[in-house]
Design a binder for this molecule. Structure first.
Ligand SMILES: [Zn+2]
Length: 427
């Protein structure tokens, strides 16, 4: 969760030159020769070393303390420090740019406008395609889905959500889930879209889904950080933060998942705008965070929220509160039970193992997170952060052929979670 930004990624010399440089395409920021190392930091001494390495801004911890992306000119030095401290490591990704390029061809060839029938979940969609998809879904299922405007991003892009539910009950409870708070985590919007589509397709014939949509209004936002997501398609595939400028700093962006007001500013977030886990100048400084939290709090004056999920990648974890503390919250046993059921349902589909529970804070406490705000401020008992596939083989660069399996298994997890919540309400 604790990640540093890269301050000196490579730039293509120019777009013109890029045409002649194999694989450069539209990205101006490149990762030629960058490696991702998987480090076995198994004791206190190892952890101390990883903490020291974290201060080097040119190292990007994809997942602290074990997965770190290293630029070629830093590799010898990092390896030397690992070796001299007896820390074992493997090379997880040998050349990050080669992996990006191998996936990019398909992205570019596939970019065109589609009608709903054309969204087949075998590739990632860019922001304008996702915006069109939201419109198309609402047009295709007018009795079940409507488009909801949650707000605008810093650069003025719409936060386009869907409200999904039947009109069968007047006092329905509500559910919120979103993807893409961290923009490089492309499997998150794809999985959120897959599940949304599946709920609507299955409503006609699946009594369980009929029950969910008759009981709840689902508010679903596929892309919470549209500026960052657009930037990962145009300039830097590995951008994580928002794109708001920081006064007095050359570095852009705030980590949306350190910007929520619950325990904001406590340990587990950076106060340096150049860090990838920068908490922002104040809680809810990011308009995307402010818009979503305002929307949920305003809506909860009329409807009670039963579930909040923030979808990220990677790691295969269904995470329960708290992120900021190892203390177990009041409703831990219910949260832990339902997270466990979701995890087993996920594993039952394609055998993808998930761990679950209050597991952020054991390794790496983090403050100002979504799930702590959902539980601690918005009073949503079932408030979670889910880290989708994988466990590091591809990390943020998960191939497109994993979108459908990820969607299928996560959908099973969501249904198990809903069943668990509904059972709990009966008892
Ligand atoms: Zn994330």
């Amino acid at each position: 969760m604790n990640v540093k930004m890269l301050s000196s990624p490579r730039h293509c010399v120019s777009l013109l030159l890029a045409v002649f440089v194999s694989g450069c395409y539209g990205y101006s920021i490149r990762y030629d020769g960058y490696k991702v190392l998987r480090v076995d930091a198994s004791n206190e001494r190892h952890l101390r070393l990883m903490n020291q390495l974290q201060h080097d801004r040119e190292l990007d911890f994809w997942k602290f303390p074990k997965d770190v992306m290293v630029p070629p000119e830093k590799l010898a030095g990092v390896v030397e420090r690992l070796d001299s401290n007896g820390v074992a490591y493997d090379v997880m990704i040998a050349d990050v740019q080669k992996l990006i390029d191998s996936q990019e061809t398909q992205y570019i060839e596939g970019r065109h406008n589609l009608d709903l029938a054309g969204y087949d979940f075998t590739r990632y969609y860019n922001l304008s395609e996702i915006a069109q998809w939201v419109k198309d879904i609402a047009a295709t299922y007018p009795s079940l889905a409507t488009e909801v405007q949650v707000g605008l991003s810093y650069e003025g892009r719409e936060l386009r959500a869907l409200k999904v539910g039947s009109e069968q009950s007047e006092s329905k409870e509500a559910i919120w889930f979103h993807g893409t708070l961290h923009s490089r985590e492309w499997i998150s919007p794809a999985t959120v879209m897959f599940m949304t589509n599946q709920l609507l397709v299955d409503y006609s014939h699946d009594p369980d889904v009929q029950k969910y949509l008759d009981t709840y209004d689902f508010y679903i936002l596929p892309v919470m950080n549209p500026d960052g997501y657009e930037y990962t398609w145009t300039d830097n595939r590995l951008w994580r933060k928002t794109r708001s400028p920081n006064e007095g700093s050359p570095c852009y962006g705030t980590d949306g998942n350190r910007n929520f007001e619950f325990m904001w500013g406590e340990p587990g977030a950076s106060d340096d705008p150049c860090d990838n886990n920068y908490r922002g100048p104040f809680a809810h400084s990011e308009i995307e965070v402010k818009s979503v939290t305002d929307f949920i709090l305003d809506t909860s004056e009329k409807q009670t929220f039963s579930l909040f999920i923030d979808f990220h990648c990677y790691g295969q974890m269904w995470i329960t509160p708290w992120a900021y503390s190892i203390e177990e919250p009041l409703h831990y046993s219910e949260q832990h039970t339902c997270a466990g059921r979701a995890a087993s349902a996920i594993e039952s589909v394609h055998g993808t193992p998930y761990i679950y529970g209050n597991i952020i804070s054991n390794a790496d406490p983090a403050s100002g997170l979504t799930l702590d705000w959902g539980y601690g401020t918005a009073n949503i008992k079932h408030s979670y952060l889910v880290e989708l596939r994988d466990r590091g083989e591809y990390g943020f660069l998960l191939p497109e052929d994993q979108i459908i399996p990820s969607g299928e298994e996560t959908y099973a997890g969501l249904k198990a979670m809903l069943d668990c919540i509904l059972e709990g309400q009966v008892v």
